[in-house]
Ligand binder design. Structure first.
Ligand SMILES: [Zn+2]
Length: 664
């Protein structure tokens, strides 16, 4: 899960119409006239001016953020935090100016733009300049701590330090219980020193949110959905209720297999999955447990990683051939690096091809020159994948540390979804250059992944043969998708349940970690195997917490992408089971998608959703339709098992350590 990573998580909204509403004989004042012009301008003119001032500031801000993400050091952090400070001060002054238009007549687009202006940052800053500076310093420091975080063991010459990528590799590949536990605990130690910073951070952003008229930062985050904060919260509960039965089946099956692998005791904790055994640092994607969870060993498993590895080996052989016989150590190393870059670009070209097949443009030349494809060797960088719009005028980039495996391959499709959204809505005024809501932004590329994981598409690019898909192969494919998508959903929900609690004060700093694990238990049914007291700050071990990116968007995106997928399949004229639909190459589907992207945030998302899906409501029934064969299969596998678990918060007696809720 991987994301447009502006430190501020800038929610850009705005109004094409605000600009066009500006009468031809009353041109928008130039940016340098801003202070004196403010007196007499109308609301429409004000928004037109903000759009221009924002457009002007934007490239410097993104440049400072790009630098601090791709060259982590004190200097770049200073530049970034200073620029953020200036921007947030400017934002506060725009919002202050906007107040004088309250109650005045204005176009609906201007009213919308003013609303979006208030929600432009997920990091509302207090007006007090000292506090504002403190806030941006803390934000940059936490980001730096995360990006440069390492787990070191041993002393002197035996000292060995591993970064997040290396620790994730252990969880991905090792099936040694203790080695995995060490890697998991090691990474979480990186977050311990963030606790004090985060506590102060929460105080400061709450102060900023209150000054904007919100009860707290969580309420502000929930205000960006064209419905009330309370409705938004209830909406997520409703959607989760739709998919929870499917999740519980997947959880039950996974637990059985973990117990078969690690033993009845070690494979579960009070009916929950041990946090270090899901193949993922945050238990948000269980796809790395494929060796344990694959339903049919002898059927095709739609595993792209092997094909990507083969591709890499071919690239490496070609690089070696350039060197000639008997290469020295340096030449071997350089050939390896060159091959890594080549295969990363090939993967990205493949993803681009999917978008182009739908009628979307090729990525600009600058994308290929300025993107970070692989991890540099000479400095710390934030490897967490992200997509960037540097100037609202075509300088788009992605920042990744690509490895030739399926997870990274699908991440590229995801990031390009952001990039194509940017390119499509760049013609909107800056304040409307954003997703219809933030869940839309995250869903664009993932919709492509659903179409990409079909036999028809994979055959068309030579990844698999032309045989008809057997039942066993179908279940294998569905399981791969469920491990990536369904396992994620409760995680997508719980992070902001925690932060909403932190921001509204129902979770006190003294209970940060307890509340974190209570929510992990409640939603995900996962638990640590050792005590995680308040010495720890386990929330900080997840990028989006120190990075302050709201997370409910990812939950919503996991619902929406199935809705989009179904909408585009319908548009393409496809008839058949939903899970087999590939709209690759279908220009009608592509046109419908592009039309949605072009709208940006210029109208309420309900209207935009309706244009693609025919409905103005988010709905998880496409998720259930897609996974129907797997859900039936899981029910059979779990027959006779006691599924479900009892979260510790609801666990009032020792006897409740046994899983509750008997299946059927
Ligand atoms: Zn994303």
């Amino acid at each position: 899960m991987k994301h447009r990573q502006l430190l501020l998580a800038i929610a850009i909204g705005g109004s094409l119409i605000a600009l066009s509403a500006c009468k031809k004989d009353e041109p928008a004042p130039a940016a340098d006239a801003k202070t004196s012009a403010a007196k007499s301008e109308t609301a429409d003119q004000f928004i037109a001016r903000v759009n221009e001032e924002y457009r002007e500031m934007y490239p410097e801000m993104t440049a400072s953020q790009w630098l601090s993400n791709t060259y982590i050091n004190d200097d770049t952090q200073l530049l970034e935090s200073k620029y953020n400070e200036r921007f947030l001060a400017q934002l506060n002054s725009w919002i202050e100016e906007a107040r004088k238009f309250e109650g005045q007549k204005m176009s609906p687009q201007t009213a919308r733009a003013i609303q979006l202006l208030k929600l432009m940052t997920s990091m509302p800053a207090p007006k007090d300049p000292d506090k504002l500076a403190e806030l941006t310093r803390i934000a940059s420091r936490m980001g730096g701590m995360y990006g440069a975080g390492k787990y070191c063991t041993g002393e002197g010459d035996a000292k060995k330090c591993r970064d997040l990528g290396q620790l994730e590799d252990v969880l991905r590949k090792s099936r040694d219980y203790d080695a995995q536990l060490d890697a998991w605990q090691g990474w979480h130690s990186v977050a311990q020193p963030m606790r004090a910073d985060y506590t102060r951070f929460a105080e400061l952003v709450n102060e900023g949110a209150k000054e904007l008229g919100y009860a707290d930062t969580g309420e502000m985050w929930r205000s960006g959905y064209d419905m009330t904060p309370a409705e938004m919260s209830a909406e997520t509960d409703r959607l989760w209720g739709q998919v929870k039965p499917l999740y519980e089946q997947l959880h039950c099956y996974t637990r059985t297999k973990l117990q078969a692998t690690y033993g009845a005791d070690k494979g579960q904790v009070n009916g929950m999955l041990p946090a270090h055994l899901t193949g993922n640092m945050w238990q948000q994607d269980w796809g790395n447990l494929w060796d344990i969870l694959q339903p049919y060993k002898n059927a095709p498993d739609a595993n792209i990683s092997d094909a990507l590895q083969t591709q890499y080996q071919d690239d490496y052989a070609k690089e070696l051939a350039k060197v000639g016989p008997a290469p020295n150590t340096t030449q071997l190393f350089e050939a390896e690096r060159a091959a890594q870059l080549v295969v990363s670009k090939q993967m990205t070209e493949r993803a681009q091809d999917f978008y182009v097949s739908l009628g979307m443009p090729r990525l600009p030349k600058s994308y290929w020159e300025k993107t970070q494809f692989i991890k540099p060797l000479d400095r710390d960088v934030v490897c967490h994948a992200s997509a960037w719009d540097m100037n609202m005028a075509g300088d788009v980039r992605t920042k990744m540390c690509i490895k030739p495996n399926e997870e990274d391959f699908t991440t590229i499709y995801h990031e390009l979804g952001h990039v194509y959204y940017y390119l499509a809505y760049n013609k909107q005024p800056p304040l409307f250059q954003n997703g219809a809501h933030d869940g839309f932004h995250e869903a664009i590329g993932d919709t492509m992944v659903l179409a990409m994981m079909t036999p028809e598409y994979q055959h068309s690019i030579g990844l698999i043969g032309n045989e008809p898909q057997s039942h066993d192969a179908l279940i294998n494919t569905q399981m791969r998708m469920a491990l990536a998508k369904v396992s994620f959903m409760p995680f997508g929900l719980m992070i902001d349940r925690w932060r909403w609690g932190v921001f509204d004060g129902s979770i006190k700093p003294t209970d940060y970690n307890k509340a974190w694990w209570d929510l992990k238990a409640k939603y995900q049914g996962v638990a640590p195997v050792t005590a995680r007291g308040e010495d720890y700050f386990d929330a900080g071990a997840k990028y989006h917490v120190p990075g302050n990116t709201p997370y409910t968007r990812y939950f919503l995106s996991h619902i929406l992408q199935f809705q989009f997928y179904k909408g585009l399949c319908d548009a393409s004229g496809y008839k058949g089971p939903l899970y087999n639909c590939s709209f690759y190459g279908n220009k009608v589907a592509g046109q419908r998608y592009w039309a949605m992207l072009e709208k940006g945030a210029s109208q309420p998302w309900q209207a935009t959703l309706k244009e693609v899906t025919g409905s103005d409501k988010m709905d998880a029934s496409a998720v259930l339709e897609y996974f129907a064969p797997l859900q039936d299969w899981l029910k059979q596998q779990n027959e006779g098992q006691t599924c479900g678990w009892t979260p510790p918060a609801e666990n009032t007696s020792a006897a409740a350590a046994t899983p509750a809720r008997k299946q059927r």
